[in-house]
Design a protein around this ligand. Structure first.
Ligand SMILES: [Zn+2]
Length: 482
């Protein structure tokens, strides 16, 4: 559970943001000045309003909200999530265009899962008519694949898509494939293959962090590798209230600033790649087809609450990069050398790793988990260093250990470079392994707000060995070449 003071800090952060991002033009202008990239364009998120956030409300009701959430246009959703795509058809093209003009907005995206990537021909025509350049849909193909089999399947999907892609190009439309659970495109690797193998810029990605591991390091790395092959970024995180009916407060944890995911690294990555696509603040209610909150005004206010949070994130990124610039301004030759004063000097030997007994091997080599409880190093509070059981590499400092009451030793920081994160085989959690020997350590969780660093390395005691302060560290073992 987050502590009361952590919650207060967070509330202060969110409520403080509202005044800065939504009210004054001066601070926005200042911010815009500050975020100018080399080519002179300021970095900002270009928002679209996903119509299904308002359930089955009428277009007449929704379109005036577009400008109220700082969006440029709308993403038209069909049933069952919304029904605005159907409303537009019923209204007829002339009346719908007139309504768009009246509200000084445009359709910038149409979402069409039901039609699928191979059934969009008629939708291309409609999109072109409206001047809409993006259609979001899902992929088709086998699921749960990895490695070479995954690459082959993504390649086959793209091959089948080619004639449809040609039709999209003719209409000036981009097909954006959203990653989704239980789908060919469901993992970071599948997204990278889609990006790498895509034959045309009219095939892009609609990135939904909701369906990916909830780890801001993995997500921001992914954003950096996908770059501008992303057409859409959903500002949307995993929350429990998406599939089963839960109290509204739980359902809303999908919204940026409400749930656990820290969006700062994600936005920093978007800024680094100079993301030019659309951002949609998003969530799914249960059941589908309802507005996320009771009234149109409250939906708009909730979206703006998340927008304030994202603005605060962008500001903190700006402040960080400014203070870095200031810190390096007087340093000859640019950035100061990174030093890691936490790491003790340690001998290195080239040898075989330490022998593991059966229980150790079960956890370290087979991603096992030791039972929770007060055993092992859970209660250890002595000063010193935690090293890898298998290779002796330094992993954690005692000063970064904290009492999480979760039943396993917990740290909110690692020794720099000592721990590698990767997507767990469950496709959702983030596994941590020793960077030297790849031995399994445990999992890392972010956004729980247990400590100021907002990170919890949940480590199996058996994966580590504790070396008390003052005792000599055994040599780190680097494996002999076989
Ligand atoms: Zn190791």
């Amino acid at each position: 559970m987050p502590t009361a003071s952590a919650m207060n800090r967070r509330q202060a952060l969110v409520s403080g943001a509202a005044g800065i991002s939504l009210a004054t033009t001066t601070s926005q202008q200042l911010l815009a000045e500050d975020t100018k990239s080399e080519d002179g364009e300021p970095f900002e998120l270009k928002y679209l309003l996903p119509s299904c956030m308002y359930g089955y409300s009428t277009l007449t009701e929704i379109l005036p909200e577009v400008s109220k959430i700082g969006a440029i246009g709308i993403d038209l959703w069909p049933k069952v999530h919304g029904n605005q795509r159907e409303q537009a058809s019923e209204m007829g093209e002339a009346a719908f265009s007139a309504l768009l003009r009246k509200n000084k907005t445009s359709v910038e995206c149409i979402t069409q899962y039901k039609l699928g990537p191979f059934g969009l021909k008629e939708e291309f025509r409609y999109a072109k008519l409206l001047g809409c350049k993006t259609i979001v849909t899902g992929a088709v193909g086998p699921r749960g694949l990895r490695g070479k089999a995954l690459k082959t399947a993504v390649g086959q999907f793209i091959e089948t898509l080619k004639p449809h892609l040609a039709a999209a190009e003719e209409s000036g439309v981009t097909i954006a494939i959203e990653n989704h659970g239980n789908n060919l495109i469901e993992s970071p690797d599948s997204l990278k293959w889609l990006m790498e193998l895509r034959p045309s810029d009219n095939l892009k990605i609609a990135l939904a962090p909701y369906h990916l591991p909830q780890d801001s390091v993995i997500l921001s790395d992914l954003i950096r590798s996908l770059g501008n092959s992303m057409a859409i970024f959903y500002a949307w995180q995993y929350g429990m209230g998406c599939m089963e009916k839960l109290p509204k407060s739980r359902e809303l944890l999908q919204m940026p600033g409400r749930g656990r995911l820290n969006f700062v690294p994600l936005l920093a990555a978007l800024k680094d790649v100079k993301f030019r696509g659309w951002t949609e603040i998003f969530m799914h209610p249960v059941p589908r087809g309802l507005p996320i909150l009771d009234s149109t005004a409250s939906v708009t206010a909730e979206i703006n609450r998340s927008r304030s949070y994202l603005s605060t994130c962008l500001e903190s990124i700006e402040n960080q990069s400014n203070s870095r610039d200031n810190a390096t301004a007087g340093t000859p030759g640019g950035k100061p050398k990174m030093t890691d004063d936490k790491k003790q000097t340690q001998k290195v030997v080239f040898d075989d790793y330490n022998k593991l007994n059966q229980r150790e091997a079960y956890v370290i080599l087979n991603q096992g988990t030791e039972p929770a409880g007060p055993g092992g190093y859970t209660m250890t509070k002595d000063p010193g260093t935690y090293i890898c059981r298998q290779c002796n590499a330094q992993l954690y400092k005692a000063e970064d250990k904290f009492e999480s009451h979760c039943g396993w030793p917990s740290f909110d920081d690692e020794i720099e470079g000592a721990v590698t994160r990767r997507v767990d085989t469950d496709g959702y959690r983030v596994e941590i392994v020793c960077s030297n020997c790849n031995g399994h350590l445990g999992h890392v969780f972010e956004g729980e707000r247990m400590t100021a660093k907002n990170t919890r390395h949940c480590v199996n005691s058996i994966s580590m060995k504790f070396i008390k302060k003052g005792q000599e560290l055994p040599a780190k073992i680097v494996k002999k070449k076989d």
